[in-house]
Design a protein around this ligand. Structure first.
Ligand code: ZN
Length: 262
């Protein structure tokens, strides 16, 4: 993760991988394409908070209540600290709201399982932090009786939390953004879309497109043929190509993420 968006990397199309299980687009690459496009900065503090281990004791408090860096966990006051029982973004926001902070969390993107080619489902949540806060995280020390304490500041602002995975998704990055994008705006980001894959033969130059996570390829030409990846011959897992389905064409068909605008 970087603290600055890398606009130079915006145009990298995510790689399509061919395996015996089918075609897959790397979910993390698509997530980072959206991050690079939208972030005005990273939020290392929120990312670190969400990445805390289950054995860590985490709390938030208003910045004015922040103690000096010389405090240790052994004398940490409990004052206005809000203990966090769960570190998923919606739970952090709910705990903050319950304590009187202006905070909200909502879903802006969730892949439907099986409806994209992403190798892991993607989740993007928006956090509106109206009341900035400081988090404190205490990890039990392996030696001695103290705890290792770390802190981070989360200023007021709008944030996007990018996660991938089934069940409890793993947070990949947190971006501070100008404003929360619409679902349509997210879908249109170059390199983010994972629902379409284009196939092209280098020999006969025909093209096809598969949509919505289904490896059924529709021809770009009206007189072309439709084909199913499951019927493709001579799958090349290293080259990521299959035999061209056009009769008598000796070419190989390669795959790219269609991405971008629908
Ligand atoms: Zn061909």
């Amino acid at each position: 993760m970087t603290s600055q968006p890398n606009h130079a990397a915006r145009c990298n199309t995510p790689q399509v991988t061919l395996t015996e299980h089918g075609l897959a687009i790397d979910a993390t690459t698509t997530i980072m394409a959206a991050y690079s496009t939208l972030a005005i900065s990273g939020s290392l503090a929120l990312a670190a908070l969400f990445a805390s281990g289950p054995d860590m004791r985490c709390s938030i408090e208003r910045p004015a209540k922040r103690r000096s860096a010389t405090d240790s966990a052994s004398n940490a006051h409990t004052g206005d600290k809000v203990r966090l029982e769960s570190l998923v973004p919606s739970a952090v926001a709910a705990a903050a709201t319950a304590a009187g902070y202006e905070t909200g969390c909502r879903l802006v993107w969730a892949d439907r399982i099986g409806a994209t080619f992403a190798n892991r489902p993607r989740l993007i949540e928006a956090m509106d932090v109206g009341t900035g806060f400081t988090y404190e995280r205490a990890a039990p020390a392996h030696l001695g009786t103290g705890a290792i304490v770390s802190r981070g500041d989360v200023p007021q602002g709008s944030y996007l939390v990018f996660s991938v995975g089934l069940g409890v998704p793993t947070v990949q990055a947190v971006a501070r953004v100008e404003q929360i994008p619409t679902t349509e705006a997210l879908a249109a980001i170059d390199g983010f879309a994972a629902d379409r894959i284009t196939a092209a033969c280098g020999r006969c130059h025909r093209q096809w497109t598969a949509r919505d996570g289904r490896p059924i390829f529709d021809p770009a030409d009206p007189d072309g043929i439709e084909w199913d990846l499951g019927q493709a011959a001579n799958l090349g897992f290293i080259t990521g190509t299959v035999d061209c389905p056009v009769p008598d064409c000796p070419g190989r068909v390669g795959f790219t993420a269609a991405g971008g605008q629908a």
